[in-house]
Design a protein around this ligand. Structure first.
Ligand code: ADE
Length: 240
């Protein structure tokens, strides 16, 4: 999977891309991230990438030209996916989108900055606009990192033996059950005895129950949308 990231701040990515699971995936050649500095595609000695907004007002707007030229320079790999612009006005990013993206061979990200990007970037260069939440960041760089991470961990072999992604929160439309590790007692708080019982069926049911309970308490909206089995429904009934 290749990610091409157009940004004014490529250095923001460098240590992030070296660390942990993602760092290893890059080292092993499972994921490739190319960073393109939009400023390298500006014209003139001053390397200007932004300008004042037509119509007046506060702040600066990223110019269309440098972004357009940066995008033109990106070589498209066969099976390439969308060109994504990050902005708070975009469609909310979800786990389902991450799975769709994980099918692509290449995704191109455009990280907006300043007050925004020239509207003509939207109409000519990008075919998807994404937000990672209802809050305003200084730019799309953190959003790009979030999406790169969420997508990369779905690529076969990236997680390796570490852990399956199929039990993660959201994968079955529910939040995950609570986890415990040693010690058995911490500040007078005991690990639930069922987890020490060795009875796999009992443990599975306990976890399912906790997952449903948590989802109902914290994210009732997810429960509405989740595909519930007969067992799930029976457990929920019992919980009421
Ligand atoms: N740029 C600024 N805020 C953003 C957000 N919430 N999501 C994606 N990109 C952004």
């Amino acid at each position: 999977m290749k990610f091409d990231v157009l940004t004014l701040f490529p250095d923001m990515f460098t240590s992030y891309l070296r660390e942990g699971i993602l760092g290893r995936a890059i080292e092993r050649g499972l994921v490739d991230v190319a960073l393109l500095n939009i400023r390298d595609f500006s014209r003139g000695v001053h390397r200007v990438v932004d300008d004042r907004p037509y119509g007046g007002g506060e702040g600066m707007v990223m110019k269309a030209g440098p972004i357009f030229r940066a995008l033109q320079s990106v070589e498209r790999v066969e099976g390439y996916g969308p060109v994504v612009l990050f902005s708070p006005q975009g469609e909310p990013f979800t786990q389902d989108m991450a799975w769709d993206m994980a099918e692509c061979r290449q995704i191109i990200f455009v990280c907006g900055r300043y007050e925004g990007v020239d509207e003509r970037v939207r109409s000519t260069c990008v075919n998807m606009e994404l937000s990672i939440g209802d809050y305003v960041l200084n730019g799309g760089e953190l959003a790009a990192m979030v999406v790169i991470e969420a997508v990369s961990r779905l690529i076969p072999d990236v997680l390796g033996g570490e852990r399956s992604n199929l039990e993660d929160s959201f994968e079955n439309g529910l939040l995950e059950y609570p986890h415990y590790t040693r010690p058995r007692v911490f500040k007078d708080l005991e690990v639930p005895p069922v987890l020490l019982s060795g009875d796999h069926e009992k443990i599975r049911l306990w976890r399912k129950k906790q997952s449903l309970k948590r989802t109902r308490e914290r994210r009732a909206d997810l429960l509405q949308k989740a595909e519930l089995s007969l067992e799930d429904k029976a457990i929920l009934e019992e919980l009421t």
